[in-house]
Design a protein around this ligand. Structure first.
Ligand SMILES: [Zn+2]
Length: 174
């Protein structure tokens, strides 16, 4: 705390002040009030790490609400519900490092709206399987399905027509 402290250069005292700042988080910008200490005599400004962090946290909370982004706990629940590791979720999101996924769950990082939409789309089983096949992620066997080590039952094609491999799917290239 610097409040009431002497500014040795001028003999003035620091008092708590507030300023409006634009904080950028994951490509988004939030306007928040940030506290700082200002010398009442010469106007010298001092900003502590705590004050910067408080402003960042306020910005994250604001952006999360504004963009309707998943809360850290919700991301963890989503991932754990699917039985995926941080690394696997990262791979399913086109190569997000696992440390970032961990950061989202701890509230240290904020996912941007695109990443948020991708996270939510993992709840759609079809989308999840499509993405997993593309990313080479082996999904855990969903609950209720017997894990006998065998391959999941393949759909039987009608009329004996061979099912084309996934790679030939139009628009499969990212
Ligand atoms: Zn001063």
């Amino acid at each position: 705390m610097l409040e009431g402290h002497l500014h040795r250069l001028c003999g003035g005292r620091y008092t708590l002040a507030s300023e409006t700042v634009h904080v950028r988080v994951s490509g988004m910008t939030a306007r928040v009030e940030r506290e700082f200490y200002q010398c009442a005599k010469c106007g010298d400004a001092q900003r502590t790490v705590e004050q910067r962090e408080a402003a960042e946290q306020a910005a994250v909370a604001l952006l999360r609400a504004e963009h309707g982004l998943l809360a850290p706990k919700a991301i963890r629940q989503l991932r754990e519900g699917l039985g995926l590791t941080h690394a696997q979720v990262g791979e399913l999101l086109y190569g997000v490092p696992k440390g970032i996924v961990e950061g989202w769950e701890r509230g240290r990082y904020l996912q941007n709206p695109e990443a948020d939409a991708l996270l939510r789309s993992l709840e759609n089983r079809e989308e999840l399987e499509r993405r997993a096949a593309k990313a080479g992620v082996t999904l855990p066997v969903p609950e209720g399905v017997t894990a006998d080590g065998g391959a999941p039952p393949a759909p039987v094609p009608d009329h004996g027509v061979a099912v084309e491999p996934r790679a030939s799917e139009p628009g499969a290239t990212p």
